[in-house]
Write a protein that binds this ligand. Structure first.
Ligand code: URA
Length: 241
């Protein structure tokens, strides 16, 4: 999913149903603004968060949304599901139906996994967090049926070969917290990755909870099912092309 960037003249031509020649005229007459600044260049790049006005009438204004949720067990990371409640169903009443419909999930969790889920309508931000090139770390607290041993640490650090995808997992950090509890740090998110990695030791995962994605840490004040908007630092939030 990539944020759609467009040329200003194409956008106005489609939105206002006028030809490109007339768009040029509008610009020459200083009747178009982008983010409050009079537009001069028909080829100016814009995106879905650029605020665009023609003759002081706003023709596009989309708010970028960034939300942190504490996903409970039993809720599905999908926008629609016939059987289970979805993370979208749990969202605050403060959001409009259109705003909820515009959201996508940044890195899904399994039905029986709890913890941090991020939601946004800003694909550029979610791509930064999920791109394999960026190797963004995700922290998980894992509870196991059987006791852990030092052998797990080495096996996770070395990576494991998954024949189904023909991949070897990237080095992962496993820290033993107690005989049945570990913290695992991954730089990727393969299908059921943590459960499959412990599966190599025939050790079922009985509890899995994500505590962070990159710099975003699940807030202690968020109870399971609760969510809150997050503010990003100016640099991350800036989406002007
Ligand atoms: N690994 C899993 O097995 N499940 C998750 O939900 C996340 C990581």
């Amino acid at each position: 999913m990539s944020i759609s960037r467009a040329r200003l003249d194409r956008f106005i031509s489609e939105k206002c149903q006028i030809n490109r020649k007339n768009v040029r005229l509008l610009l020459a007459q200083k009747r178009v603004t982008v983010d409050g600044v009079i537009a001069a260049d028909v080829a100016q790049a814009i995106d879905k968060f650029s605020v665009i006005s023609v003759d002081n009438q706003v023709v596009q204004q989309n708010k970028a949304l960034y939300i942190m949720m504490h996903k409970p067990v039993g809720v599905v990371c999908a926008t629609k599901d016939l059987q289970h409640k979805t993370v979208i169903d749990l969202l605050d009443a403060g959001l409009s139906t259109e705003e909820k419909a515009s959201l996508h999930i940044v890195g899904r969790l399994d039905l029986n996994t709890s913890g941090l889920v991020l939601l946004t309508n800003d694909s550029r931000w979610s791509e930064q967090l999920t791109s394999p090139n960026n190797k963004v770390t995700k922290h998980y607290r894992v509870t196991l049926k059987n006791p852990l041993s030092q052998a797990y640490i080495k096996a996770f650090a070395e990576g494991m070969y998954f024949a189904y995808e023909n991949i070897t997992t990237l080095p992962a950090t496993l820290t033993i917290i107690s005989p049945h509890q570990a913290e695992v740090i991954l730089m990727e998110g393969k299908y059921h990755q943590i459960k499959r990695m412990f599966g190599r030791f025939s050790n079922p995962v009985i509890g899995l909870h994500r505590t962070s994605i990159g710099e975003y840490v699940l807030s202690d004040s968020l109870q399971p099912g609760e969510s809150q908007p997050i503010t990003l630092d100016g640099q991350t939030l800036k989406v002007n092309v």
